[in-house]
Design a protein around this ligand. Sequence first.
Ligand SMILES: C[C@](O)(CO)[C@H](O)COP(=O)(O)OP(=O)(O)OC[C@H]1O[C@@H](n2ccc(N)nc2=O)[C@H](O)[C@@H]1O
Ligand SMILES: Nc1ncnc2c1ncn2[C@@H]1O[C@H](COP(=O)(O)OP(=O)(O)OP(=O)(O)O)[C@@H](O)[C@H]1O
Length: 309
Amino acid sequence: MGSPAQVVTVRVPAKVNVQLAVGPPRADGFHDLANVFLAVGIHDHVTAAPADALAVTCAGPGSDDVPLDPEANLAARAATLLAALHGIEPAVRLHIDKDIPVAGGMAGGSADAAGALLACDTLWGTATPRPELLKLCAELGSDVPFSLVGGAALGRGRGELLTGLPVSGAFHWVFALAEGGLSTPAVYRECDRLRDAEGVHPPRPEPTPALLDALRDGDAHALAATLANDLETAALSLRPSLAATLAAGAEAGALAGLVSGSGPTCAFLAEDADAAARVAAALRAGGTCRDARATTGPAAGATTIESHA
Ligand SMILES: C[C@](O)(CO)[C@H](O)COP(=O)(O)OP(=O)(O)OC[C@H]1O[C@@H](n2ccc(N)nc2=O)[C@H](O)[C@@H]1O
Ligand SMILES: Nc1ncnc2c1ncn2[C@@H]1O[C@H](COP(=O)(O)OP(=O)(O)OP(=O)(O)O)[C@@H](O)[C@H]1O
């Protein structure tokens, strides 16, 4: 074990799924995916400090909807899991500064779990090897391994089996944040229900080669032409008002738009930073969303930004 620090803060990014191909439901209730993740510049911060017992606090937009009970909060569950691995008590005070929309389809809870793992590992000096940390991430949730590694990656299995993807430069994004969230299991269920009703049998999910090329080449137009989310129809079915948000982004000059993951956040790809600022301003003025944020991706994965005694 290394020498323990006293307070550790970790910054963790949100994600957008530039491709989300969803197979049929598996026996364990999950779906096999071809999940092309891109980390983007909206971040939560997780701070870990020594305490007598595990406790969590949370501040920022939507924090009232984050459970603080250590059995429910994903960051607290991450601390408990890491402590159990090392046979120590999870004696830590975790504080989450939220900027990632809660239940927004941008992996906010997953980010907090990955951030807490890294923060506690540093605080406790447990120096857990990265493959072990990634195993703990996968136990905590399908999106959590990606929150730790960031950048861009293809997720197979239920999304937890990652292969890093090369990306040239940065893509410019605008995120239209919605009022209220959508439940991820409910969106997957709705996807299955709609497919059953229409007699659709999805093929084995595979990444689109042209989309991977677009990422590698940093070609925003080619990426715009290949963005695809199999959960979008289900999210729109549960939240029909998202159609107006998607239309508003297209009207404002986005190259393309799609629902982010299980929604309800909508993501728009823009030509450059100026175009992104214009799309964000038009979305804010149009009233089809709670707020709009311009940013870029890929972003780095969970990163320690402060560690001091
Ligand atoms: C929609 C995405 O955000 C796209 O990246 C993810 O697939 C969801 O990942 P997550 O929130 O980490 O999901 P988990 O916590 O692992 O699972 C929550 C629930 O989502 C559904 N789920 C999730 C992942 C997956 N491949 N198939 C599923 O059907 C299941 O009902 C599961 O019980
Ligand atoms: N630290 C946490 N931050 C946010 N939500 C949490 C946290 N811990 C538990 N939750 C619960 O998880 C639910 C999903 O929230 P989250 O913000 O992770 O959704 P999401 O971004 O749509 O997830 P994903 O994109 O990974 O499917 C929330 O409704 C909340 O009850």
